[in-house]
Design a protein around this ligand. Structure first.
Ligand code: CO
Length: 138
């Protein structure tokens, strides 16, 4: 079903920044019956995340583990809510190069390790109508 022209193969995750991870997990559990499938602290990003699977995609609840992490700054400035959208791609490096070749601003010049053993790269929100975009290769 995937259009050959798109770099995206799936929505990998929708990331939501929250102040209290346990409270957010409990909200999804008690309200929607949605259970956490995976939790991980990503030290390099200064975050802890909880992943709730929805079909082949995830809701990613994100909370900062350090006061100076980008997510901590985001929460301070913008408050809780939608933080980024992760699109699954076959080849993160190729997708990132395509974005760079189009002249768009990126955050990561090279792909780097993400959670769940993925390879990821971020496209700057100023290049994407205000939405932080993550390219995710499983
Ligand atoms: Co993400």
């Amino acid at each position: 079903m995937t259009d050959d022209k798109t770099l995206f193969s799936e929505i990998d995750h929708v990331a939501i920044a929250v102040n209290d991870l346990e409270e957010a997990i409990e909200f999804y559990r008690s309200t929607f019956g949605a259970e956490v499938e995976h939790r991980e602290v990503v030290d390099s990003d200064g975050v802890e995340e909880a992943l709730i699977k929805v079909a082949e995609s995830y809701i990613q609840l994100l909370t900062p583990t350090k006061e100076d992490s980008p997510v901590a700054k985001y929460l301070e400035k913008r408050g809780q809510g939608l933080h980024h959208v992760g699109y699954r791609v076959k080849d993160c490096k190729a997708a990132l190069e395509a974005v760079k070749a189009s002249g768009r601003r990126v955050i990561d010049e090279e792909p780097r390790p993400g959670s769940r053993g993925t390879t990821v790269a971020f496209v700057h929100p100023s290049a994407a109508f205000g939405t932080l975009i993550e390219l995710v290769q499983e």
